[in-house]
Design a protein around this ligand. Structure first.
Ligand code: IPM
Ligand code: MN
Length: 372
């Protein structure tokens, strides 16, 4: 019997409601396999700030340190409500970036996946979606502008100014490239390298290191794309892509566009992997406007559980079963109000009902005794 400790950071806004559904799925996985999960809930985000004066309090750090993996819900407040928290203590700067830094989770995998049958979720035309969208954005997660030094003040002309630095060293680039090439080897052996080397020196180094690493993976075809052109291509011809690798900020922006071509960020789970620790989170925010209404789809949170099973616990089959169960619920004609408009021909169900239907389907899937 395997035993894993999971830190559960439900977060803000819709976080708690979608986390509850993810926990239901973890319970079913326990029932079906020789595995137990010790769930360790901890406060993280704006809720933690209001309770402890710190969005990533020491008590939560201790729990995450002990955990084999971390399941994290979305965090953050509305633009207006954020003003009640000092800038450096706001959940993004005060909790999420420190979490990434602490566990050095440099490799962020963001699947952009929509089978043909669910093409109606997408704003793209059927002929663009073709046989379906299935690509993976590999985003460097602990370098670049988001982690560079910052200063601001009054300059010599008496004007307010700000300076933020974008820094990468070759080691940071090399390790994310290896992750991307390894993934490409497992998939279509096609890697799109996204950069902006016509302007940024950081991209020149990025590309140099990419070419060095590429020599170790001669079976992988590399296609270089400027990030701005890639944004257009993601709309016009997304099926040309399989694995896309890029630095932190490019990945932040293009992965949200990935959610856009699927029809919703609610369909975007993710895995954030370091060498010693990994955490899993939806790519989207806490959607305060729909929080507490039982209408948020838990797909991104349950998908994050699937990514955890695959990447942290080696339970690939069960991960696939979870994906299939979720796709199955959609294919049966159900959806939640956040994803579908009334009159779109689908039967509208609540957050909880979606979770229940996923569980129902999962229970019917062939049993797999992974750790025997
Ligand atoms: C994401 C989010 C974060 C980021 C924010 C909340 C700091 O947008 O995970 O994409 O920019 O990385
Ligand atoms: Mn983002």
């Amino acid at each position: 019997m395997k035993h894993y400790k999971i830190a559960v950071l439900a977060g803000d806004g819709i976080g708690p409601e979608i986390t509850q559904e993810a926990i239901k799925v973890l319970k079913v996985i326990e029932e079906r396999n020789a595995v137990t999960f010790e769930l360790m809930p901890a406060a993280f985000g704006a809720c933690a700030y209001f309770e402890f004066g710190d969005a990533f309090p020491q008590s939560t750090i201790d729990i995450c340190d002990k955990a084999d993996a971390i399941l994290k819900g979305p965090i953050g407040l509305s633009h207006e409500a954020s003003k009640n928290i000092p800038i450096d203590k706001q959940p993004e700067r005060g909790a999420l970036l420190p979490l990434r830094r602490r566990y050095n989770t440099y490799a962020n995998f963001r699947p952009v996946f929509l089978p043909k049958a669910l093409g109606h979720f997408s704003p793209l035309k059927a002929e663009i979606i073709g046989e379906g969208i299935d690509l993976m954005i590999v985003r460097e997660l602990v370098g670049g502008l988001y982690f560079g030094s910052k200063e601001s003040g009054i300059n010599e002309q008496g004007l307010r100014y700000v300076k933020e630095t974008l820094e990468y060293d070759e080691l940071q680039i090399r390790r994310i490239m290896h992750q991307a090439f390894k993934l490409a080897m497992k998939r279509r052996k096609l890697l799109h390298n996204i950069h902006k080397s016509n302007v940024l020196k950081s991209s020149v180094l990025w590309n140099e290191v990419m070419e060095e690493v590429a020599k170790e993976y001669p079976g992988v075809k590399v296609v270089n794309y400027l990030v701005d052109a890639a944004a257009t291509a993601l709309c016009l011809n997304p099926t040309q892509f399989d694995v896309m690798v890029m630095e932190n900020m490019f990945g932040d922006i293009l992965s949200d566009q990935g959610g856009g071509i699927l029809g919703s960020l609610g369909l975007m789970p993710s895995a954030c992997l370091g060498d010693d620790k990994a955490y899993y989170e939806p790519s989207h925010g806490s959607a305060p406007d729909i929080a507490g209404k039982n209408i948020a789809n838990p797909y991104s949170m349950i998908g994050s559980v699937a990514m955890m099973l695959e990447n942290s616990f080696g339970m690939d089959r069960e991960a696939k079963n979870i994906w299939a169960a979720m796709q199955g619920v959609f294919a049966d004609g159900y959806s939640t109000a956040d994803l579908s408009k009334p009159g779109s021909g689908v039967t509208m169900i609540s957050t909880q009902e979606f979770g229940d239907k996923v569980v129902e389907k999962l229970k019917k899937m062939p049993k797999v005794d992974l750790h025997d």
